[in-house]
Design a protein around this ligand. Structure first.
Ligand code: 8NA
Ligand code: MG
Ligand code: MG
Length: 345
């Protein structure tokens, strides 16, 4: 039976935290053999393992700020959200933030700042960041807003607090829309799911700024659409190698090289796959597969975990995994409260 909406909400946020915590092990690794991934995952079942619980990173820290802000303000409030990012960074700067974004977070801490979008716009010589930091924290926007229009609008603004390059914030909108559709059960029809995302991105990338940024960065026109078309092609293939996924979609810290990749991980793992344990359910397969790609594993697994968690629901997540990761109970609580907000008339 399809999971109920509350279970999907909980799955989305808990799945996201698990991806971040479990994926942290391989962040930045170039080559991650599947047996190392499976070893890492089976260690989570071992109650006696000595290395304590897996810590979350910037992905979860910022996701929690987004959720807390939306819940407290019961709306998108850019000043409140910016203040929470800055405060969180100040309290725990060791969470593995991107090297550029820390400058934005320091500026956002200033009480004299008039325009909270300004520090992000000053990044990288005025071009803004195209990193995946906006996308990694985008899931709560899909839980806080019912309409597709609102999800689009506020996930974009939320990302622009740190990522003013269109490649950065469009990646965040793509991630939020993927979670939004997954909550509606749209992954029951994978082809329609990817087609819907392609048409959404077509609309967004027709925008003048998006066209300008793609050109300035030497990318093809409609960069997200091209990647999503590639996702669709890879879905149709009988067998796909890890190398092919990495070379066609990427596994890097740019949103363009990681959001379509995370979406592919979810789609690819809707069915059992060779090399992944038979007893694994879809969410476990998705996380395992995301890790095996190497590169920005915590963030790709965090984004794939949110989309997959929204599809399979909380009951698909092993207790032992939940117990092994920092911040799961808090994420579950945020999901419950966002659900209550979502249900308000
Ligand atoms: P960001 O805005 O600092 O972007 C990340 C990086 O992307 C920057 O440091 C640059 O190297 C590069 N970059 C982005 N935009 C441009 C541009 N316009 N021109 C040239 N280079 C650019 O931070 P973010 O929040 O987007 O980063 C998110 C990632 O950082 C996530 O993967 C997250 O997990 C974290 N991360 C941490 C570690 C770590 O050491 N723990 C490693 C990689 C990433
Ligand atoms: Mg991280
Ligand atoms: Mg990362």
């Amino acid at each position: 039976a399809a999971p109920v909406m509350l279970s999907r909400f909980r799955g989305a946020l808990v799945g996201s935290v698990l991806g971040d915590c479990i994926g942290g092990e391989f962040e930045g690794a170039v080559d991650v053999p599947l047996d190392r991934v499976l070893q890492h995952l089976s260690a989570l079942d071992d109650e006696t393992r000595g290395d304590g619980i897996l810590q979350y990173s910037d992905d979860t820290a910022m996701m929690r700020c987004v959720a807390d802000s939306l819940l407290t303000r019961m709306a998108f409030d850019e000043r409140d959200m910016a203040r929470r990012f800055a405060k969180e960074y100040n309290l725990a700067p060791y969470r593995g933030y991107g090297s550029g974004v820390v400058q934005v977070l320091r500026k956002l801490a200033s009480p004299y700042l008039k325009d909270v979008f300004q520090p992000a716009q000053a990044q990288f010589g005025g071009r803004g960041s195209f990193g995946n930091g906006g996308a990694m924290r985008a899931a709560p926007f899909a839980l806080a807003f019912k309409s597709c229009d609102d999800v689009r609008k506020y996930s974009r603004l939320g990302a622009m607090l740190t990522h003013s390059c269109s490649l950065g914030y469009n990646g965040a909108v793509l991630q939020a829309l993927a979670v939004h559709l997954s909550l509606q059960g749209a992954l029951a029809m994978p082809k329609e799911f990817i087609d819907k995302l392609i048409s959404e991105m077509e609309e967004m990338e027709r925008d003048e700024t998006a066209q300008f940024d793609a050109k300035a960065l030497n990318l093809s026109e409609f960069p997200y659409c091209s990647r999503l078309h590639m996702v669709k092609e890879l879905m149709d293939k009988k067998s796909v190698s890890i190398e092919e996924v990495i070379s066609e979609l990427g596994n890097g810290i740019a949103a363009l090289q990681s959001v379509p990749t995370a979406i592919f991980c979810v789609l690819h793992c809707l069915e059992p796959r060779e090399g992944l344990p038979e007893q694994f359910g879809g969410l476990e397969r998705t996380i395992a597969y995301s890790l095996a790609l190497g590169g920005d594993t915590d963030t790709i697994a965090c984004m794939a975990g949110a989309i997959a968690g929204a599809h399979y629901g909380i009951d698909s997540i092993p207790q032992s995994w939940q117990k092994s990761c920092e911040g799961v109970a808090e994420a579950d609580d945020l999901a419950h409260r966002l659900y209550d907000l979502y249900c308000l008339p």
